[in-house]
Design a protein around this ligand. Structure first.
Ligand code: AP5
Length: 221
């Protein structure tokens, strides 16, 4: 199945995509994780992206388009994939359409995770992440705390707060989402592949709802 997730920052895209990737044995392609890895490694992509990410702004389209073109046409994605964070504006969505047309792999469904703005801020500012690249586990100081509150339960690495998760940046990230990404809801609704899932509630209940929603989707050849 070829699945794309939409949703504002903090809606729980990463959380649900990771669970879904395990359940369905599909690769999870997160633009944010890929960019953060690139920044950490100091690669040319990372150097190009760093300044934009620190300001909560979108990284230039060509960086993302090149990054996804290479991955989507790879063998790992031949049985399907889960896209998280790309596309993020109309130009990227159109570029994705052409890439998928070229490899004859159209999207089966777009999941729109919906959560009101006032709940997003608490989710974002309370997030703590494991900086160990091979782990990347995500916690929340209130909703999903690590056992000792400081270190990753899985690998023991000290947890950090993402530099763009500070309260002063959240407003900007939500504005960027509303101006650039929210219009894609209409775009995919017009393409008749949009499904909305309520992202307010318990992680497991949302996941159950997601699985139920996906069970009604017909997979394209
Ligand atoms: P990215 O990493 O994609 O950030 P985002 O879209 O802003 O999404 P988040 O990672 O903040 O949230 P999420 O929805 O995944 O929530 P999560 O599951 O972690 O992008 C970062 C930056 O990279 C962008 O600002 C931009 O600069 C750049 N970028 C990325 N893609 C780009 C593109 N295509 N074009 C240009 N630039 C691009 O959950 C959040 C918290 O809530 C966690 O702590 C979690 O534990 C908790 N939580 C999750 N579910 C629940 C629940 N049900 N109840 C309570 N708490 C919950």
């Amino acid at each position: 199945m070829r699945i794309l997730f939409l949703g504002p920052p903090g809606a729980g895209k990463g959380t649900q995509c990771k669970k879904l990737a395990q359940e369905k044995h599909l690769p999870h392609l997160s633009s944010g994780d890929l960019l953060r890895d690139a920044v950490a490694s100091g690669s040319p992509v990372g150097q190009a992206a760093k300044g934009y990410m620190e300001k909560g702004q979108l990284v230039p389209d060509h960086v993302l388009i090149d990054m996804f073109k290479e991955r989507l046409s790879g063998k790992a994605c031949s049985q399907g994939f889960i896209l998280d964070g790309f596309p993020r504006n109309l130009a990227q969505a159109e570029a994705l359409d052409s890439m998928l047309k070229e490899i004859k792999a159209p999207l089966d469904v777009v999941i729109n995770l919906q959560l009101p703005d006032h709940l997003l801020t608490e989710r974002i500012t309370g997030r703590r992440t494991c900086p160990n690249k091979s782990c990347n586990e995500v916690y929340h100081i209130t909703f999903h705390p690590a056992k000792d509150g400081k270190h990753c339960d899985k690998c023991g690495t000290e947890l950090v707060q993402r530099s763009d998760d500070k309260e002063e940046l959240v407003k900007e990230r939500l504005k960027v989402y509303n101006d650039n990404t929210a219009p894609l809801i209409r775009y995919y609704d017009d393409a008749l592949i949009l499904r909305t899932v309520d992202a307010n509630g318990n992680e497991n209940d949302i996941f159950a709802d997601l699985i139920k929603t996906l069970s009604s989707v017909s997979v394209k050849a």
